[in-house]
Design a protein around this ligand. Sequence first.
Ligand code: M6R
Length: 612
Amino acid sequence: MCGIVGYIGRKEAYPIIIKGLKRLEYRGYDSAGVALLHPEMVIFKKAGKVVDLEKVADPTKTSATIGIGHTRWATHGEPNDRNAHPHLSNSGKLAIIHNGIIENYASIKEELIKRGYHFDSDTDTEVLVNLIEEVQKKENTTLDNAVRIALNEVVGAYAIVVLNIDNPDQLIAARKGSPLVLGIGEKEFFIASDASPIIEYTKNVVYLDDQEYAVLNRDGSYSIKTLGNVEKSHEIQKLEFSLEMIEKGGFEHFMLKEIYEQPKAIEDSLRGRMNASQGWIKMGGLTEYSNKILSADRFIITACGTSWHSGLIGEYLIEELARIPVEVEYASEFRYRNPIIDEKDVVLAISQSGETADTLAAIELAKERQALIYGICNVIGSSIARASHAGSYTHAGPEIGVASTKAFSTQVSIITLIALQLAEKKGTIPASRVRQLLFELEGISKKIEETLLVDAQVKEIAAIYKDASNFLYLGRGVNFPVALEGALKLKEISYIHAEGYPAAEMKHGPIALIDENMPVVFLATNKSAYEKIVSNVQEVKARKGKIIAVVHKGDTHIRSLADHIIEVPETDEILSPLITIVPLQMLAYHIAIMRGCNVDQPRNLAKSVTVE
Ligand code: M6R
């Protein structure tokens, strides 16, 4: 949450920062701001989006070659101009941008007020910049040392960049719990919450580790130290994605582009990891720890949001194929109870961003208790990927839309491979069944491409129900998590209340909601429970609910009962979520567009949730 960008070099900083902030807007869009050394300190900030900031920026004061910028997801204080970053210290000499939360800001603020400091905003960030100033004065030390000492006094999470009017040739950046990437150019440096603002200028990056800070100098020199004052040397890494991958490529919205990218994303996630005709599966991370994984008492899957839904599908797949008991936990709950977990457990942590604070904290807890952590992340080099003992990247490519789509399908395909490899090694299903599922998985992208053709039809259905106040999504077995995911997609981008339920649970409560105004989306592709689903459809019909059913091509039975059917290609039931989710993503997308919502940046949300 919150996006931060910094630049020092020979180019004009302002356009680089503005472009970078636009790329990071998925992380938060409550307000935006920049600080430049011109050489006087120039700050522009505004509630709203980066385009609103551009309107207030004075073009005669944007030629600086050093600056910092921020796009905010509000935590402390309303999203107004006053609380927008950057924040200045009382002397006006230091400006800071911050992503994260300073948990002990109240006591620090109290102390600073006693020492004569005043505060213009309600933020924890303004407290931090004044603490740095106070330390620098008190200790009579360099700014970087003052930053280090101050950060040792704060509790919480942060990625910060500090700009100093007394040293226009230096930027200082630090992180703990919030991501920060340094772009290393030719006598220039870029700093950002992720690599998207950097990729256009350099592919050479350094990922700062937790509790580290960097000093970046205009002459091209830089140093990295721990907050304990120990010098660090980091290998420069090469970015693997291109600029095109983070642009819309002709689509109106990132979400739509990412829905359509799913066939390719799944192919990328499977590439080099399986071959159906040769009959092999190779998940590198699994091989490395194979003894521990194969002898695990149970798997615990922990994640949040959409990633938690793929975890539920994972539970189904791993138990069904590999016969290993699985528990799926909301990371936010897991971390705050006292879970029974030890060295015989394997924890699968699933996260698109790899930065979700709750998932990261759940991992740390499980690590303390000696469990093996297997991370399934999309963002390379992310905190969760680095905190895991082993893992697999999903290789979905950058996902910019706040509503997760291709990340979900690639997570499911990776978990399918994990389940199959474990099943093969444990001999829990016949080799012929492993082979059959590999063939089906290899061909799934073609079937998703075919599924994408339902778009126009889904749009028509969206037009009929766009004004509904509630939606119910029902599915059974492996399609129950798909019902949850379909409901989450709809509520997060269209603001329509939606609930997902196991179809058979409907009669235990939700059935009371059904009347002629209630659209009910059925996932009705499961062969194993087909008759049962037909009965559930009948129950809704009897109460005049409006039935939208996702069925296999050629299904005539449900067609005769439903108000609308969406036909999708048939696949093996346990792989069906990869197909059935597609029309639900499209339904949410079209309804949200018809309701005039911002699908890529829904209200109150951010792409990566780096606060608790
Ligand atoms: O980056 P993560 O996968 O850890 O994020 C978890 C959730 O915040 C995320 O899936 C969220 O629910 C999405 N907005 C759903 O579309």
